[in-house]
Design a protein around this ligand. Structure first.
Ligand SMILES: C[S@@+](CC[C@H](N)C(=O)[O-])C[C@H]1O[C@@H](n2cnc3c(N)ncnc32)[C@H](O)[C@@H]1O
Length: 241
């Protein structure tokens, strides 16, 4: 049977913990529906059902994004670029190639490069082998290159790329100077006239201010509550020609 590309589950450990926490609250609510202290009776069920529901719902919404919502989100991001099919594209934190492959499908003479450091906890099955399998199944091998590189220091010359993309990557750099360095690397490798489309669930205003500081024109989009969870925000940053 033909295998299908697998773009992985984002933050699988977080989703697992949501379901474990939900189940624990549910068990406590069912096993100890009330506590009696002397003449006082405390009903625990409402107090424990609410957090159980919250954890389950969060886990389910994160799964829906990972299995379906991210494909729609990818199209929204790629639609921010006016493609002419000859672009040089960089996907920062490509994972299993969601944006890299989406971009490569829009290219004829252009080329898409994906970089990553392959954090296992950020995406299920994360690694170059899974990405290579997806590239082969999607038939974009000719138009793609993958490299193991950290977003904070990339090997490309100044002004290499027409388009830089990144989804749910930069927040994984846990300190502000590191995220600022990654933003300045994106600015450095963008060609004059190039565009960066960056999406994340937090710190997006911080990235916007870094790009503005580095001379880019930034458009901040509104949070997407329709199929992304946690809701993602995109920014589009343009380098003057
Ligand atoms: C949640 S995954 C998202 C993958 C992909 N962009 C997508 O939307 O499906 C985050 C990715 O960022 C990568 N990553 C985290 N920190 C990074 C860094 N400093 N440099 C490059 N990649 C990084 C992780 O290894 C992981 O593949």
């Amino acid at each position: 049977m033909a295998r299908k590309p697998d773009y992985g589950i984002d933050a699988p450990g977080v989703i697992r913990n949501m379901f474990i926490a939900g189940a624990l609250f549910l068990v406590v609510a069912l096993v100890f529906p009330k506590v009696t202290i002397g003449p006082l009776v405390f009903l625990l069920i409402p107090g424990f059902f609410w957090p159980a529901g919250w954890f389950f719902l969060t886990g389910i919404l994160m799964l829906i994004y990972a299995l379906a919502g991210k494909f729609r989100h990818r199209e929204r991001m790629l639609a921010k670029v006016s493609w002419n099919s000859s672009e040089q594209v960089l996907d920062v934190g490509t994972g299993r190639g969601l944006l890299l492959i989406g971009a490569a499908k829009r290219l004829t003479s252009g080329h898409a490069t994906g970089i990553d450091i392959w954090n296992a906890e950020d995406l299920s099955g994360n690694g170059p082998e899974g990405l290579k399998a997806n590239i082969a199944m999607e038939g974009v091998g000719e138009h793609t290159t993958i490299l193991s590189e950290d977003a904070q220091k990339v090997s490309f010359a100044d002004g290499t790329f027409d388009v830089v993309l990144s989804n749910l990557c930069l927040h994984n750099i846990y300190n502000k100077p590191g995220r600022a360095k990654a933003c300045s690397e994106i600015v450095r490798v963008l060609k004059p006239g190039g565009v960066a489309v960056i999406s994340d669930y937090k710190h997006v205003r911080e990235y916007a201010s870094e790009f503005t500081k580095n001379g880019l024109r930034v458009e901040l989009c509104s949070l997407d509550w329709t199929g992304t969870f946690p809701p993602l925000r995109m920014l589009v940053a343009r380098k003057t020609a």
